[in-house]
Design a protein around this ligand. Structure first.
Ligand SMILES: [Zn+2]
Length: 365
């Protein structure tokens, strides 16, 4: 499939605008019009990963950590990054990165970690954005009310809380005159027509707006569909960094740590705080989240699960009465390749491989 079509699929679920301003996400190397058959998913790309991609005839590498992050003034082979970019282009391999947008998005890295641990009913720890909502009003002849309503509902319009297919209808008369060059479903060219119509109003989140409009137009019988679209002040679902959840049953810090260790398949895990502390609510920030300890405590959590915790972060947490489970930056994020493979496997016409390169820079001896 064309790279631009694949990217459209990815960004419908993980939009680039969710990323922090300082981040660098999206297609970092490549041609939007290239044909993609094989994709390699991996936490980050270094020379070993690029060689693995070449050996496996990969067309696209998808990473979590941005492959290009710092500003570059030259791309040439005397510099490590320049050499790698050169190697990718010479071997016709594109590279796409999804970083904080993937941390923040629903069903991204943080949600997947919580799912893996078996934690449910997760909320956002730090809200960064609220989903933009639109009101859609469409005018439909009485014969096609159900068809259009069903198409809107099926495309995801009209979701309010746990209710789907929400809409409001009001009856009235539509007036129009078909001009030369038209092929009207109702009416005659050059004559004003008055038709009993229904106005269907519903709510649509921005991320599915394109799909909802095309479903509506396909289901509507008119050649020219009359509809209004208003941007709303109402706030949609919150998105943001990190997750919190209240446990169904309280657990000790020791048992929680052991359970995480087992699920992440780790031999050792670093824990800050008294091991017999009772934990009822937990926070998670994949990667580096030591700066979110206070935020987690203010959210009522007794522990934060994260990586990259420094000595003084740990000392401060003890003084605050907070616990930390430091699983490691690599260990909380290497699952990127699992969640991305699961997502991409639903897209036909591409083969998806997980990288076999061990990218953990730390070894325990
Ligand atoms: Zn990271």
């Amino acid at each position: 499939m064309l790279l631009k079509s694949l990217i459209k699929n990815i960004e419908a679920k993980y939009p680039l605008n969710l990323a922090y301003d300082w981040d660098n996400v999206g297609l970092l190397v490549g041609d939007f019009n290239s044909d993609i058959k094989k994709v390699l998913v991996v936490l980050e790309a270094n020379e070993r990963v690029i060689d693995e991609a070449i050996e496996n005839n990969i067309d696209l590498i998808i990473t979590h950590h941005p492959f290009i992050f710092k500003k570059m003034n030259k791309i040439n082979t005397s510099d490590l990054k320049g050499r790698l970019i050169h190697k990718l282009i010479k071997n016709d391999i594109a590279l796409y990165s999804m970083h904080t947008n993937f941390d923040i998005a629903f069903d991204g890295l943080n949600d997947y970690f919580m799912e893996l641990m078996g934690f449910e009913d997760c909320k956002v720890l730090e809200v960064t954005n609220n989903e933009v909502l639109y009101k859609l009003a469409v005018y439909v002849p009485e014969t096609h009310i159900d068809k259009v309503k069903n198409a809107l509902g099926k495309a995801g319009a009209g979701h309010i809380g746990n209710y789907s297919h929400c809409s409001f209808t009001s009856r009235g008369e539509g007036n129009f005159m078909p001009l030369e060059g038209t092929n009207p479903f109702i009416g005659t060219k050059g004559e004003i027509e008055c038709v009993k119509e229904v106005k269907i109003e519903t709510i649509v989140p921005q991320k599915i707006l394109g799909g909802v409009l095309s479903s509506m137009i396909n289901a509507h019988p008119y050649e020219e569909v009359a509809y209004d679209l208003y941007k709303l002040e109402n706030k949609g679902n919150s998105v943001g960094l990190g997750r919190v959840t209240k446990l169904k049953e309280k657990i000790s810090l020791k048992d929680l740590s052991n359970s995480i260790k087992e699920k992440l398949n780790m031999k050792h895990i670093r824990v800050v705080g008294s091991l017999d502390t009772t934990i009822s609510k937990i926070a998670l920030v994949t990667g580096s989240g030591a700066d979110m300890v206070k935020k987690a405590q203010r959210s009522g959590c007794e522990v934060i699960i994260t990586g990259d915790v420094k000595y003084h972060d740990a000392q401060d947490a003890i003084d605050m009465g907070m616990c930390i489970i430091d699983c490691g930056h690599f260990e909380t994020e290497d699952i990127f390749k699992d969640v991305m493979k699961r997502f991409l496997d639903d897209i036909h016409d591409i083969e998806v491989l997980k990288s076999n390169i061990d990218l953990n820079p730390f070894k325990i001896v």
